[in-house]
Design a protein around this ligand. Structure first.
Ligand SMILES: Nc1nc2c(ncn2[C@@H]2O[C@H](COP(=O)(O)OP(=O)(O)OP(=O)(O)O)[C@@H](O)[C@H]2O)c(=O)[nH]1
Ligand SMILES: [Mg+2]
Length: 464
């Protein structure tokens, strides 16, 4: 059972397990300072009774027999001016795992409890230091696998998503004030609703909600990486292309058709955006068992991919096999044709492949045209790294946020429907609007109706 009352003092090692230059033990709660005083000694071995907040102290941590464990730097951050909002102490020691664990053990002996995963962040939330989207962002920041992902998370941590949600809530609260007024003054109901431009505002809010929901897909690509499947008939140079993109000899390349049998997956980041490159077995008719299984997998990857690189051997021209693969690609919008082996002279050029919106001529062997290809990949998924990095609009990054936004959208659509059906009963409008507000409130983790009063009284004058 989680401790939502935050009565205990919690402690944990804040740095990764393993060797490092420094290791940090973090303590949060009422006893934090007391524990520090009990464990900390000055270089001369004396106790220290006063610690100024936010100041680093150099000294020793000792065990119960006054034996030094390590030289440390310790800092005390008095609540509420700390990450968790409680008194927080950090002890920075040398980074060997033994030392850090020993210090943690002493801290626990003095009355702290080992923190559960995420418990520091949970306390920060409970104490109102951060909202839920920010708590999620902290996690994402820690887990970020690419520069862009880290930046998106950082922006969310700085509160850009919370701000957006708050704006939306404010708009809806204002509407609610009008709708409640309409309930209270039924004779003037229509007039009030029209005056408040209720419908127009709901449409506006719906539009914003839709945009946020759509941003989830972009967020997902950034989080999980863009899946790029490299497909084509045998020997066209798929594995060579993978190697060229990776800038290393990862996949086996030979002149023998059917070299790649199994899926090879490798990750790279392109301008800070993570890509998952998938090299597949060349697709052709074959009776060979292993190869057939490989080909089956190639076709599966083709379906799952965000981007498909359809590789042809430009020095040979299109073959029967190429055309068969084309059949599998019919109707797909996410294909880039890659005409390879341009160093040998091309019999087929991009200008011959009219069916493709995007096409590049490359030489995987000589690593030519690769830059252009990577740009086309990003264009196709409509991610411009600079735009994502400089973007002020938040991206939805968690399934939870997306679900709540969809629920809020559903509720608002019901409000709209009731309005269209002729203002039948403002009470219903109010119920659905409340639901939308509640869902939005849940995104940031605060569901309250008190703030509504402010808005009613500050922006709307009943009785005037
Ligand atoms: N001249 C030239 N040769 C290339 C180029 N790309 C690949 N090749 C050669 O084409 C042959 C096949 O290359 P791979 O990369 O193994 O082809 P693949 O499509 O992965 O083949 P499978 O795994 O059998 O499906 C090798 O001999 C490569 O050296 C290129 O751009 N120019
Ligand atoms: Mg291959």
């Amino acid at each position: 059972m989680r401790d939502y009352m935050c009565e205990d003092t919690i402690a944990a090692i804040g740095t990764p397990v393993g060797k490092g230059a420094i290791g940090i033990v973090r303590i949060s709660g009422k006893k934090a300072l007391k524990i520090l005083k009990e464990l900390f000694r000055t270089k001369k071995g004396e106790r220290k009774e006063t610690f100024e907040e936010r100041k680093m102290y150099y000294g020793l941590v000792v065990n119960e027999f006054e034996e030094p464990i390590d030289e440390v730097l310790a800092v005390y951050m008095k609540g509420p001016r700390s990450f968790t909002g409680e008194d927080v102490v950090e002890i920075h020691s040398h980074g060997g795992i033994v030392v850090v664990r020993k210090i943690l053990r002493e801290v626990l002996k003095k009355g702290a409890r080992l923190a559960e995963p995420g418990e520091f962040t949970m306390r920060a939330f409970i104490n109102g230091k951060i909202d839920l989207t920010q708590a999620e962002a902290i996690n994402q920041l820690i887990e970020a696998k690419s520069e862009v992902e880290a930046k998106v998370a950082l922006k969310q941590l700085e509160g850009n998503l919370s701000k957006k949600i708050e704006e939306l809530r404010d708009n809806l609260l204002e509407l609610k004030a009008y709708i409640e007024a309409a309930v209270d003054f039924p004779e003037e109901e229509i007039e009030i609703l029209e005056k408040g431009q209720v419908k127009g505002k709901i449409l506006e809010a719906l539009d914003k909600l839709k945009k946020l929901i759509e941003s989830y897909e972009e967020g997902k690509l950034i989080r999980e990486g863009i899946k790029v499947a490299i497909v084509g008939r045998p020997n066209v140079g798929k594995s060579s292309l993978l190697n060229a993109l990776l800038k290393e000899e990862r996949a086996i390349v030979t002149e023998i058709p059917g070299t790649t049998r199994d899926i090879i997956e490798e990750s790279i980041t392109l301008k800070g955006i993570p890509l998952r490159l998938i090299d597949t077995a060349g697709i052709r008719e074959t009776l060979e068992k292993v190869e057939r299984i490989g080909i089956k997998r190639s076709l599966e990857k083709l379906r799952e991919a965000d981007v498909i690189l359809f590789v042809v051997d430009g020095s040979k021209g299109l073959t029967e096999e190429d055309l068969k693969i084309l059949n599998h690609l019919k109707g797909k919008e996410n294909v880039i044709a890659v005409v390879n082996k341009r160093d040998l002279g091309l019999k087929v050029k991009c200008s011959d492949l009219k069916g493709f919106k995007k096409c590049v001529e490359v030489s995987a062997k000589e690593e030519k045209g690769i830059e252009e290809l990577t740009e086309k990949i990003l264009e196709l998924v409509m991610i411009e790294p600079e735009a994502v990095l400089g973007k002020e609009e938040p991206l939805i990054t968690s399934e939870r946020q997306k679900r709540l936004l969809e629920e809020a959208k559903g509720a608002l659509e019901r409000v709209l429907k009731s309005l269209d059906e002729g203002f039948e009963s403002p009470e219903f409008l109010s119920i659905d609007l409340n639901e939308a507000l509640e869902k939005l409130g849940m995104i940031v983790g605060k569901i309250t109706t008190e703030d509504m009063f402010d808005i009613i009284f500050s922006r709307f004058c009943i009785g005037k």
